[in-house]
Design a protein around this ligand. Structure first.
Ligand code: SF4
Length: 318
């Protein structure tokens, strides 16, 4: 894919270095995670390394890595470890990415087979330097994984393909992932601060388009809370996602990776998460996961089985 001319922040001075330090508050008692270690974790680590792959589990500093990797559940991050966007919540480095590796789809497929995954989540950095945003590379990775691990269900967590031709999204959908996930990340009022390179309604429209192209494909989106949003804005996001026919919503607590990242405004209590979950089901989502440690890919395999069952039940009751 031909590289585009875009403005990318100076790599010698990472874009977040100029930001003021935000104190990192102590986590409340309800956010406790398993420390990484044990045989399962080591095995996952070895397979990922042997195949030269990146994972969002490590790049984003996910708190669930100890639990997920103990079960072999790693979320593959394709197209490099450098992102062309500078979202203030995200721990992935910003800069000028390397050229795409044409062998990466095959290595992802091989690793998925070695890990014996029933369900895999494949995500990527943003690639605004590519005309198609990396859509064809996503499609190749889906096809290679389908071929090498035919029993594995595939979930993609994609960028927004902002400024890409419509064919970019169509390319990914045509490769037939089982779940198409794209995260809104936060409420629209916080986009200028939290997700400055993105557009809320572009992301919503992307999810809506997936359903228009393939009505049978599951769609999924997620937000973080604790960034400074209010409850009413979260409820509005739910309405917007349902209007776009999104099936599955995830809501988790934002955790600040470093003092240079967006500050945690507050820790949302487990009771508030339970209330969000109830509200979301009331608005018609087939599946909702809303807990402090919920992440897009947390327990994604088990959730996919429940999602499929929920749709069958909904169809049967019509
Ligand atoms: S929740 Fe997702 S990103 Fe975090 S460790 Fe688990 S699989 Fe990786």
């Amino acid at each position: 894919m031909r590289p585009r001319d875009i403005t990318i922040p100076d790599q010698r001075h990472p874009e977040k270095a100029h930001r003021p330090d935000n104190a990192q508050p102590k986590k409340p008692a309800w956010i406790r995670v398993r420390a990484p270690g044990g045989q399962g974790y080591q095995d996952t680590h070895r397979i990922i390394r042997e195949h030269g792959l990146a994972t969002v589990c490590e790049e984003a500093g996910c708190p669930n890595v100890g639990e997920c990797w103990a079960h072999g559940h790693a979320t593959m991050m394709i197209m490099g470890e450098i992102c062309t966007r500078g979202c203030t919540f995200c721990n992935v480095a910003t800069g000028r990415p390397d050229a795409l590796d044409p062998f990466e789809p095959g290595r992802v497929a091989e690793a998925v087979a070695r890990l014996g995954l029933r369900h895999v989540v494949i995500t990527s950095v943003d690639r605004d330097d590519l005309d198609d945003g990396g859509a064809e590379h996503f499609a190749q990775t889906i096809r290679a994984t389908r071929h090498r691990a035919p029993g594995t269900t595939i979930e993609v967590l994609t960028p927004d393909f902002l400024k890409c031709p419509a064919s970019a999204l169509e390319t990914v959908v045509a490769a037939k992932p089982d779940v198409f996930n794209h995260n809104l990340e936060t409420v629209p009022g916080l986009y200028p601060e939290v997700r400055p390179g993105a557009r809320y309604f572009q992301s919503l429209r992307l999810l809506q388009r997936v359903k228009e192209i393939d009505p049978g494909m599951f769609t999924k989106s997620g937000i973080m809370v604790g960034l400074g949003e209010d409850r009413q804005a979260v409820l509005q996001v739910m309405d917007d996602l349902r209007a776009a026919n999104v099936d599955f919503l995830t809501i988790g607590q934002y955790l600040q990776p470093t003092p240079k990242h967006h500050a945690v405004a507050r820790f949302v209590t487990p009771e508030e998460f339970a209330a969000y979950e109830k509200a979301a089901y009331g608005k018609g989502f087939l599946m909702v996961s809303a807990t402090p440690l919920t992440r897009s890919s947390y327990h994604a395999g088990e959730d996919f089985v429940r999602l499929r069952a929920a749709r069958e039940q909904a169809l049967a009751s019509r």
